[in-house]
Design a protein around this ligand. Structure first.
Ligand SMILES: Nc1ncnc2c1ncn2[C@@H]1O[C@H](COP(=O)(O)OP(=O)(O)OP(=O)(O)O)[C@@H](O)[C@H]1O
Ligand SMILES: [Mg+2]
Length: 193
């Protein structure tokens, strides 16, 4: 059983860390955050000051993660907005968390993001970039999306558990689309300036 990795992906602020930790507690599974792992293992190349992001040495990190996944006696929850670096043969399922742009903006404000960084991330969410990355790498039948905008944290954890065990059609990727709402309110441009 090599397909041990449960990947939780999504734009910053969609709830990956918060929900993965709760899910890990509920299912008694370990949770690994790729960014934290890279820092602990000195696998950061540089800090990109303009974008305020850490760039990880992907080539070095993937074999290390591979080993951890293969040596894990249980499934392992891996969360990151670039969770798609994990090789396909190790991935059981990938769930991309989605959040409505207005709510995501509020959550990122709470995290003290600059307006520029908020716009950059909200634009990425509108374009569904994390879902597209997953689609470029993994078979469609293991790609799911969960909209965390309106649900409470404990409800979201219940749904994640259901997605992992039952794989319901209603959570298969492709149902989330923020464009219509933003176009209707003429708000699309504001995030793409
Ligand atoms: N339904 C929900 N699901 C997830 N998070 C929620 C929800 N409702 C509110 N929140 C809040 O949204 C925030 C999500 O932040 P979190 O750090 O988990 O996001 P993240 O995806 O890990 O971001 P980053 O990529 O920056 O690490 C938390 O403060 C959480 O309490
Ligand atoms: Mg996080």
């Amino acid at each position: 059983m090599s397909k041990k990795a449960i990947l939780i992906s999504g734009t910053p602020g969609t709830g990956k860390t918060c929900l993965s930790l709760e899910l890990g507690k509920k299912l008694s599974l370990n949770v690994l955050n790729i960014g934290d792992f890279a820092i602990k293992n000195n696998l950061i190349i540089e800090k990109d000051n303009n974008r305020d992001t850490l760039i990880t040495k992907t080539k070095k990190i993937v074999p290390k993660l591979k080993k951890i996944i293969l040596n894990s006696d249980k499934k392992l929850i891996i969360e990151s907005h670039y969770a798609d670096i994990i090789p396909t043969d190790l991935v059981d399922i990938i769930i991309i968390l989605r959040t409505h742009p207005y709510i995501l903006e509020k959550r990122l404000k709470m995290k003290n993001y600059s307006q520029e960084k908020i716009n950059e991330n909200v634009a990425a969410e509108i374009l569904g970039i994390c879902t597209n990355y997953a689609l470029n790498k993994y078979p469609k039948n293991i790609i799911f999306e969960l909209d965390t905008s309106e649900v409470k944290i404990n409800e979201a954890v219940e749904i994640l558990n259901r997605i992992i065990t039952l794989r319901p059609d209603k959570y298969k990727f492709g149902f989330v689309n923020w464009m219509k709402d933003l176009e209707k309110n003429k708000d699309l441009e504001k995030y793409f300036r």
